[in-house]
Design a protein around this ligand. Structure first.
Ligand code: UDP
Ligand code: MG
Length: 321
């Protein structure tokens, strides 16, 4: 019988673990789906991992790992994919904002041959104005850069084992899970869902962490910002030719005294543009630097007893040694 793994990244979610495990177990048993739950505690500072240990003790279908520090949700997702042994894997938030009732639907689509099932938000849940604006801006930029509509996509999706293996084989460190499943292709179906209220605790994202996330993902997924620099260069070249001609004409006709404003403006615009361009290039350089260093995406410090193999430490790195 086919096995479904559910990957749940968790950062300071001690109140959610037991509840989420119970809700999912009940639902999956009712629907006759063979399952395992993989909780990844992302360097939590509260009792999240002890809660996972407790859950794993009472139910062998629950397993999990703890990171040595906070590596971010992306890393949590990838560690979960790594630990999951299912024929299909669902990734979802462990605060139950991704409604579990959708899981049987995703499962059925998978049984009917879908290789990726995207969860599509039909609303955005209740969010603060600041969050709405920054998230809105983020998705607008991302959709443009990736050339895919990201505004209603989320990390809630089902992936076939084939797709999971493709993602795990990617050598890069700066991954963007949400867009990678689009990038990978495969037979994709979608399921609409309504974002729920958070069960316990509060959101882990701040305005700045979201902005950082946006810039990192945009540069890890697109080189368009670099091309914009080139485009700006062309535009300025065009204007500089016109200005050069004008200046020469003025010089030759002997009216070349004025034009100080132009000089100042040009200096400011070109100076600003150069620094911006350097910044953009620097950002890509930083990404390349990180990739070249080849450090693992995450470090696992502890696992539940039922996790097979030698996983503690930087697992992927060890494999390659
Ligand atoms: N999360 C994580 N590492 C982090 C931040 C968040 O694993 O550094 C997890 C978190 O525990 C939750 C999911 O990612 O399961 C989504 O986070 P959150 O609910 O805070 O975000 P929101 O739903 O507000 O977008
Ligand atoms: Mg949430």
């Amino acid at each position: 019988m086919a096995l479904l793994s559910i990957v749940l990244p968790a950062y300071n979610e001690e109140q959610n673990i037991a509840n989420t495990a119970a809700v999912l177990s009940k639902l999956l048993k009712e629907n006759g789906i063979d399952y395992e739950l993989v909780f990844i505690s992302d360097g939590s500072r509260d009792g999240t991992f002890p809660e996972i240990l407790k859950a794993a003790e009472s139910d062998p279908r629950i397993k999990g790992a703890e990171f040595s520090r906070n590596f971010g949700k992306e890393a949590g997702i990838f560690a979960g994919l790594e630990l999951a042994s299912g024929d299909a894997v669902i990734v979802m938030d462990c605060d139950l904002q991704h409604p579990p009732q959708v899981i049987p639907q995703m499962w059925k689509l998978w049984l009917n041959g879908a290789e990726v099932v995207e969860g599509i938000k039909s609303n955005r849940g209740r969010e603060s104005l600041g969050y709405k604006i920054s998230a809105g801006l983020f998705y607008r930029i991302m959709s443009r850069l990736i050339k895919m509509d990201m505004s209603s996509s989320s990390d809630f999706k089902l992936l076939d084992r084939k797709v999971v293996n493709v993602l795990l084989d990617l050598p890069e460190r700066n991954t963007f899970f949400r867009a990678l499943s689009f990038w990978a292709g495969f037979r994709t179906e979608t399921v609409k869902y309504e974002v729920q209220e958070r069960q316990y605790g509060k959101s882990k994202w701040s305005f700045w962490s979201l902005m950082k996330y946006a810039v990192t993902n945009a540069t890890s997924f697109s080189t368009l910002p670099l091309q914009i620099v080139t485009m700006a260069g062309f535009v300025f070249l065009f204007f500089s030719v016109i200005l050069a001609v004008q200046t020469l004409v003025r010089f030759l006709t002997g009216t070349a005294v004025e034009g100080f404003t132009t000089v100042i403006l040009l200096l400011l615009i070109i100076g600003g543009l150069l620094m911006l361009s350097l910044g953009i290039i620097g950002h890509y350089l930083a990404r390349i630097y990180e990739e070249v260093k080849g450090r693992p995406k995450y470090i696992i410090s502890r696992v539940t007893e039922n996790v097979k193999g030698d996983v503690v430490g930087s697992w992927r790195a060890k494999e390659r040694r």
